[in-house]
Design a protein around this ligand. Sequence first.
Ligand code: PMP
Length: 300
Amino acid sequence: MALKAKYIWSNGKFIPFKEAKIHIINHSLHYGSAVFEGIRCYQTPKGPAVFRLKEHIDRLFHSADVMGFKVPFSKGKIIKITKELVRKNNLKECYIRPIIYYSEKMGLLPNDASINIAIAAWPWGKYLHKDSISVKVSSFARIHPKSSVMTAKISGHYANSVMTALEAKKAGFDEALLLDWKGDIAEGPGENIFFVRKKILYTPKKGTILPGITRESIMKIAHGLGHRTIGRNIKVKDLKSFNEAFFVGTAVEVNAIGKIDKIIFGKGEEGKITKEIKEAYLDTVRGKIKKYNKWLNYVE
Ligand code: PMP
């Protein structure tokens, strides 16, 4: 699907998609100082709805704070504009990418650089293209939590993610898995991870990961389905003890992991509990489970 739509909202105005450009001498392009979000909007029985929009905008403002941006719009205004953008582009299901970035400025301190905020939205289908993927434990460690603020979604963090994804692809795998500086399993380059053993779900604790909004939703959904979820430190040597594994995230949604390096989970296909969780998640985001409709923000 084309990474395209009719309009982008940029610094207070809706402008044609192809006019949303930046200058080459851009602070955030050179130094990774932008902050951004990844959000999805889904078709529901009551029309398109953005999933957990408030939580995403809260995280955007938190990330902005970390990078020293004073956002010139309120959270409420950004929420309103996000929905207006989906409507104006006549999108039913789409991915939404707000980004806050500095303008032209060289030298690390962004002092007098102006602050920009833009929101793009476009139709974006499945992020990983297989129902069950192969994953390579990366030779790169996840960023040390003392080197940055891991709860913030900072563009510079994604240099680490891009390198791990390239390394995994080159070795013939679909995706990467990063360990933290202690050697514990952290997360994928753009996803959180869950493991299943005897109907109990395990996921790495907060601290060195981006604590995903999907991760939190999945913990609640799993609990609603009668599964216990436990946040704990997980080592590579523990992998053999799990029956299933899956990635979660806004872009990836829920995606089964068939193998990590040489360790195969079950038959290497989507496991039973992964399937149950995936279906419940997709029903949740599409407004089919009433108790989770509080997470939907209708566009109309
Ligand atoms: N970890 C990383 C590194 C990510 O980029 C993402 C995607 N934002 C996630 C986890 C999942 O976060 P969320 O569920 O909030 O999309």
